[in-house]
Every structure is written in structure tokens, then in C-alpha cells.
Design a protein around this ligand. Structure first.
Ligand SMILES: NC(=O)c1ccc[n+]([C@@H]2O[C@H](COP(=O)([O-])OP(=O)(O)OC[C@H]3O[C@@H](n4cnc5c(N)ncnc54)[C@H](O)[C@@H]3O)[C@@H](O)[C@H]2O)c1
Length: 262
């Protein structure tokens, strides 16, 4: 095998949750380019529909599935339908996530806390557990990639629930990696920083843009294409000796200085 062929996902089936979101769509496009068939899952059916037609208008290589990652019933029917269509699931990208409130500690409600932890942590655990169980039953040498954030490591004002949830996703990754290693299932985590979405671009060009740009050691947000290498590494045979790893793609943001309240 030529070294470059290790990165191929030909005939592999990938489930992506939160697939209709800003980052999810980018990850889906990269996986499709690498040859994967896709099960795209999200709560937003309209956006899923548009994405599905963009990836493969014939529908042969894509299955769209409405799925709330916090619902066991939804997760089981996602797996069931993926099996009916493709007969395998080789890869899971746990990308569904919510940012939660933009509030300092004393203004965060219990409801906000519960909803962020529920989607980001419970959702990642629930989907990973049931897909891992499916992989074990079908003797698949699968891969699971959780999506964290720079805030899984660093602190940031007004992000108590979100940052806590992403730190939990990183530790979930390490624990799943150890529980599943004897089943030949590898679990790793991709931790992006600022990505060039409309929201981020507006922030970086807005009144507080200079402050935010200076907080990023590379002084810019990432173009989504800059996730290609790290994603394909973790998704493919090229990372055959990696499990439990947290791969940061954030221009150094996780390790830079933090802002304190005035
Ligand atoms: N965009 C960034 O700059 C960035 C940076 C670091 C980490 N991340 C992480 O990447 C992931 C995706 O972020 P994004 O920027 O695409 O956000 P987004 O809001 O654009 O997309 C999130 C998607 O998840 C879906 N979703 C929300 N709750 C769900 C649920 N309960 N079940 C199923 N789907 C649900 C939404 O419908 C949406 O399509 C998140 O985990 C986020 O924390 C994003």
C-alpha cells in the first residue's frame, strides 16, 4: 500500500451527528471527498435535506436521519437504519453540540447548564456507547472521533457550562479509548479553535475583533480546509497506533493567556 492510501475512506461508512451545522457540514464534505458513505444525523431536517442533496443527489452514498443525540430511541433507530442501508458503521464523528449561554457565572441558569451538559456530554456518550456496541457485535475495527474545543483545555469568560462540557468530552474520549481498546475500536478527539464561520468572522471583524485576534497565537481563525489533514488522520488507518489522543487544531489558542473579569 502506498502511504497516501492509508488516508482513504473508500467503502467506509461514517455517521456524523450535528452534520447540518457549520462545522458538521465541513467534516461531511471532507469525508465524502475521501470516499466515505455518510449517515448524516441532526435535529434540523430541513438543513439535512439540503446537505444530503449536495453530497449525493442520487442518495446512494448518503442516508439522512433526524436524530436527537440525547434520545436513546433516536440513537437506536439511527443505528438500525444505517445498518439496513449500508450493513456497517466504521466511523462515528460526534459533532452535535451547543454553545449555551453567553453569561458570567452568576447569570447561568440551571436550565442552561442542564441543556449544554445534556447535548454535549450525554449525547456524545450515548451515541458513542451504542455505536461501539454495534461495532463490537459486528466485529468492526471502528473509530470514534469526539469533537471538543480549545475550551476543553483553557478557560474563557462566559463559558462555564460549555468549557466544562468540552473538558468532559475529552475525558470521555480517554475513558472510552481504554474500555474499547481490546475490541480494536480506537477513540480520539479533535479539538478545533476558532473556525471561519460567519459568526466567528463577524466577531473577528467587529468592535472587539482586535482583542480576539490578539488572543489567538496565530492571529487568525482557521479555514475549514485546515481540518482536512487532522480529520483524515484520525478517521483512517493512518492513525492505527493512536487512541485516547486529543488533537488540537486551534492555532495555539488552548495554551495562550486567559482574560480575567474586570
Ligand atoms: N464552529 C467552531 O468554531 C467550533 C470550534 C470548536 C468546537 N466546535 C464544536 O463543533 C461542533 C459543531 O459546532 P458548529 O460550529 O457546527 O455548531 P452549529 O450550531 O453550527 O451546529 C451544531 C449542529 O448540531 C445540531 N444539534 C444541536 N443539538 C442537537 C441534538 N440534541 N441532537 C442532534 N443534533 C443537534 C444543530 O441542529 C446543528 O446543526 C460542536 O460540538 C462545537 O462545540 C465548533
Amino acid at each position: 500500500m502506498k502511504w497516501i492510501e492509508q488516508f482513504s475512506l473508500d467503502n467506509q461508512v461514517a455517521v456524523v451527528t450535528g452534520a447540518a451545522g457549520g462545522l458538521g457540514r465541513e467534516l461531511v464534505a471532507i469525508l465524502a471527498d475521501a470516499g466515505a458513505k455518510l449517515v448524516i444525523a441532526d435535529t434540523d431536517e430541513f438543513k439535512l435535506d439540503v446537505l444530503s442533496r449536495e453530497i449525493d443527489p442520487s442518495g446512494e452514498k448518503v442516508l439522512q436521519q433526524k436524530c436527537d443525540v440525547t434520545s436513546k430511541q433516536d440513537v437506536l433507530s439511527l443505528i438500525d437504519n444505517a445498518h439496513k442501508k449500508f450493513k456497517t458503521i466504521d466511523l462515528l464523528i460526534n459533532c452535535a453540540g451547543i454553545l449555551g449561554p453567553d453569561e458570567l457565572l452568576f447569570d447561568v441558569s440551571e436550565r442552561d447548564w442542564d441543556s449544554v451538559l445534556n447535548v454535549n456530554v450525554k449525547g456524545s456518550w450515548l451515541v458513542a456507547t451504542h455505536i461501539a456496541q454495534y461495532m463490537v457485535t459486528h466485529k468492526i475495527e471502528g473509530r470514534i472521533i469526539n469533537i471538543s474545543s480549545s475550551l476543553g483545555f483553557r478557560s474563557q469568560l462566559k463559558r462555564v457550562p460549555y468549557a466544562t462540557s468540552k473538558a468532559a468530552v475529552e475525558h470521555l474520549t480517554r475513558n472510552l479509548a481504554m474500555e474499547l481498546v481490546s475490541h480494536n475500536i480506537r477513540v480520539n478527539c479533535l479539538a478545533p479553535g476558532w473556525m471561519q464561520t460567519n459568526m466567528v468572522n463577524n466577531l473577528l471583524e467587529g468592535p472587539e475583533g482586535k482583542k480576539w485576534r490578539e488572543a489567538i497565537p496565530m492571529r487568525r481563525a482557521a479555514h475549514p480546509s485546515e481540518l482536512t489533514g487532522p480529520l483524515l488522520l484520525l478517521a483512517s488507518k493512518a492513525s492505527s497506533y493512536m487512541t485516547g489522543a486529543i488533537v488540537r487544531v486551534d492555532g495555539g489558542y488552548a495554551y495562550s493567556g486567559i482574560e480575567l473579569p474586570e
